[in-house]
Design a protein around this ligand. Sequence first.
Ligand SMILES: [Zn+2]
Length: 516
Amino acid sequence: MQMRHISFAIATILASTAVQAAPNAFAASRAQGLIDSHPGWVNRASGDTFVQRDATVDADGSEHVRFDRLYNGLPVIGGDVVVHSKNGNLKQTSQGMMTSRRPSLAAKLSADQAITAAGVKFGTDFEGTPTANKVIYGRGASPVMAYEAVFNGTRGDQTPTEMHYIVDANSGQILEQWDGVHTANATGTAKTLMSGTVSITTNSVTAGYEMRDNSRGGNYVTNLKNKTSGSGSIFTDTDNVWGNNTTSDAATVAGDALYGVGKTWDYYLTVHGRNGIANDGRGALSRVHYGRRYVNAFWSDSLFAMSYGDGDGTSYYPLVAIDVAGHEMSHGVTSRSANLTYSGESGGLNEATSDIFGTMVEFFANSPNDTPDYMIGEKLYMSNPTGTKALRWMFKPSRDGSSPDCYVSNIGSLDVHYSSGVANHFFYLLAEGAVNPAGFSYTPSQLVCNGNTAAGGIGRDAAQKIWYRALTVYMTSSTNYAGARTASLNAARDLYGSTSAQYNGVASAWSAVSVN
Ligand SMILES: [Zn+2]
């Protein structure tokens, strides 16, 4: 029995890899050839080389191949580019790079001096040894020679942090910074009352069963036992019945985690044809019981893992609601595709993408214990009598007191969980139109910024496909709100045509949140 399960899973992985790898490998070499023959289209400098990261091949044969850029072997921050072609003809490129000029490779600062400059920002409370490596900082009109300094640590609330600082190699100025650990402000969690009693796929082993789902890439769940580091130990059980619908049993939230990741896996595969986070059939780790009374959950790219706190036990449940699981796993999808930088406007779009797909996973799961809605984390509250408490509200982001409903030019200076509001708002209008959600009492004109109560309303199915294509095919690490409008219009044009209701809905929904 055990062998059959394992070999079935391996066969599934091999089959899907074989189907996808071959056309993508050809697409990558064709795209590389197009870069070589059209250097001006990608602002190529002599000394630039390109390394493939991802590829999408459409049913009509259109190819979209994503590359990272090196200059004389150094990574170019913001140098990523997508090459769009069909039948070997270059159609378009997507990129943040504005020039083929490159800086001198001379550096006044040493790597140690760059670490010192970044250390002024990070402070002395780092773990391990900070590193600094030379990069080209390619965002903006004039690329500059820089270092990327990386500091690891743990914040006051137990969230790990992996800060990246881009330090000008001549002036010592900090040009950009971001955190490699992408958090959700998701809070609290549920007993498996959140999803009731559900079936999960586990792995049969000699001593019984372990919480590993080989039918979905080997997604597995471990118990961190209140620690904040390590991989934890995989949950095992003798009778394959896990938890007891309450937090008195440590395995209860492990069941929630595996169920949430499984639904997210099925959502991406069924709706978008994506085989796991990295589209390679590989599952991810979920760690539960992270820290003590930790009211958050997060995705770590370097661990390829989600981690869930237990909540504070008074206001918040453990953070294992399905929209939170979908949110965290979607951070992994974003990292493997557009890789939206986690600061400024691109950071808000990164957070919004996780809220959007976390919500679409909630609709996909359609659990009778968790009625789908456009609120984030509403199930995390131990007391939520009217059902209107949430971390974020996509239809009216300003309900949190910090997120703008409508685009403002300084939005990039906000925390990424607030600058996400405008894109969340856009997506709600795109999918549903200016329609008051159940439990609230907004007039249509209160749900739009420009009085156009007929904006959007193209339905969830089209809206989620447009956002996924915009993310995986057109957005880059530097995409801002204006770029997101362009990317989603390009996606709608590809999927439905430039005279379609869906295309017009994208345009009107963006305008209704003041992105014109
Ligand atoms: Zn997040």
